[in-house]
Ligand binder design. Structure first.
Ligand code: HEC
Length: 481
């Protein structure tokens, strides 16, 4: 990489794996939260929209609440924020807004901060609440910060968009898992520096996983409509994972130094899980990619781990509540609250003849379905060091929400990331609320006209469950050659 202009540096500053907040705005709102300068402002209440609340809303709300953002209404003008003030107070107090699932609790303290953390501090929540309770004063308009500028939504600097060639007719009333082969036309090995999924009809797209199909087998399986059913996986040899998307996952950007490899000539297979709606709909989802015009220094790899079904092997289900006498089983009884399923993966020393390398964990995410309320991912290391403790909690999501899944990226340099290596144990603990107190369960029951919550088992469809960790890993490219 040569000398970068500030324009070229933007993607690195931008939230990798998110639609980041600009650091200058963070600084501005910090300044606004300190009251030391307020005394210069005789007669002006310091807790005003102009001085305190607008910078906060710019930093923590407007990435979504603006024209063209994912939220259904803007929080840009004073009138916008005042109009929503009473409801916003409740949502901010309950930490439902801004949507962010990862928090430390007594069972899990994460050693690194996350990039583009949307959470509000207790102090910020208190300021917002007090401002609403005081009648939402505007204050001195001359003290208002300049409007925050935003780029286009979607993946910045994308180099290609692959859209389903034709609208796919989604069958009402049943889960449908379809694979769509795509030829990206890469005649050389290609490095992907960023990706994004734009669901065609967000009401029916439950998840999208894009696989690399090195042997171009998907296309042979596709029918006249360009797709094939693919419950469980793309059903091709040697697939690897390019990206996993579920509602709430923002565009992924790996920055300038890291890329995910697609071998020359490979195809992609886009697996879309459509969940049952009550009417016929069509969908034409697309995938956006940013290819790097060079070979980066670090290689990224997306690993999905968890969903253990058995109590033996390198991935084993651990004993838990409500297990039958025969041993551990993944079963969530109807009306169970705080039910946990936990599992442990021992990272093998070798896969086939190939020694498993130590990987840096770049980002982590949790994936469960409607009943999931918290997932914890921990590592126990075989060979700890000063930088890599014997035990570490990688992620805890006590505010998990199916609608807001994302990978949480550590705010750490590439050579300072937590590592996972051969012999280490990864433990996944998932907590479920299978009662009508869980609004997702209540809604699904209503949609499916059920009178009580179902018994839930491990599976792919909406009313099955999962306990799946998403680990975006990196290692130096030079170690691969
Ligand atoms: C990452 C995107 C995102 C951010 C950041 C965000 N919101 Fe939202 N917000 C949404 C979406 C999408 C909805 C509508 C769906 C929902 O309620 O989950 C929403 C809904 C709301 C609602 C209505 C809730 C309801 O029950 O009708 C309020 C109020 C709100 N947001 C306030 C805020 C405030 C205040 C902030 C900043 C402190 C904020 N949001 C930050 C995406 C976001």
């Amino acid at each position: 990489m040569g000398l970068a202009s500030s324009e070229e540096l933007m993607p690195t500053l931008r939230a990798l794996l998110s639609s980041a907040a600009a650091p200058t705005i963070a600084a501005a709102s910090l300044a606004a939260c300190s009251s030391s300068s307020d005394t210069n402002d005789a007669g002006d209440d310091p807790l005003t929209f102009a001085r305190t609340i607008e910078p906060l809303v710019q930093e923590k709300c407007q990435t979504c609440h603006r024209e063209g953002g994912v939220a259904p209404f803007p929080l840009v003008t004073y009138e916008d924020v005042k109009g929503m003030g009473a409801l916003a107070k409740l949502k901010v107090q309950s930490r439902e807004m801004p949507p962010w699932g990862a928090f430390d609790d007594p069972s899990c303290t994460v050693n690194h901060a996350f990039r583009d953390d949307l959470t509000l501090t207790d102090e910020q929540i208190d300021l917002f609440v007090r401002w609403v309770e005081r009648g939402m004063p505007l204050g001195d308009p001359a003290k208002r910060p300049p409007a925050r500028a935003f780029g286009a939504t979607g993946l910045a600097d994308k180099t290609a968009t692959y859209r389903l060639p034709a609208p796919y007719a989604v069958v009402p009333g049943k889960d449908d898992i379809r694979c769509f082969p795509i030829d990206p036309g890469f005649s050389d090995d290609t490095w992907i520096g960023g990706s994004n999924v734009v669901p065609g009809d967000p009401r029916v797209v439950h998840h999208v996983i894009v696989y690399v199909d090195p042997k171009r087998q998907g296309v042979e399986k596709a029918g006249a409509d360009g797709s094939y059913p693919c419950f469980g996986g793309p059903n091709v040899e040697e697939p690897s994972l390019l990206l996993a998307w579920a509602p709430g996952v923002p565009p992924t950007s790996y920055g300038e130094e890291t890329g995910l490899k697609i071998p020359k000539g490979a195809h992609l297979v886009m697996q879309v899980h459509y969940h049952p709606g009550d009417e016929a709909r069509t969908d034409q989802t697309s995938v956006e990619l940013k290819t790097l015009p060079y070979k980066p220094g670090y290689v990224a790899q997306v690993i999905l781990a968890g969903n253990a079904e058995r109590a033996d092997g390198i991935l084993r289900l651990l004993p838990g509540p409500n297990d039958p006498p025969s041993g551990p089983a993944f079963v969530i009884p109807p009306n169970a609250k705080g039910h946990t399923e936990s599992m442990e993966l021992t990272v093998p020393e070798k896969i086939g003849d190939v020694a498993v390398p130590e990987l840096g964990v770049y980002a982590v995410g949790a994936h469960m379905h409607w009943a999931g309320v918290d997932m914890k991912i921990e590592v126990e290391r075989k060979a700890p060091s000063a930088a890599q403790p014997a035990a570490e909690c990688l992620l805890g999501t006590p505010k998990y929400d199916f609608n807001w899944q994302r990978a949480y990226q550590y705010d750490a340099p590439l050579d300072g990331l937590p590592t996972v290596g051969p012999g280490d144990k990864l433990r996944f603990t998932c907590t479920y609320d299978n009662t009508t107190d869980n609004r997702h369960v209540a809604r699904a029951m209503n949609e499916l006209r059920m009178s009580s919550p179902p018994e839930i088992r491990l599976g792919e469809t909406t009313l099955d469950e999962m306990c799946l960790g998403v680990l975006v890993t990196v290692r130096r490219a030079s170690l691969l050659d």
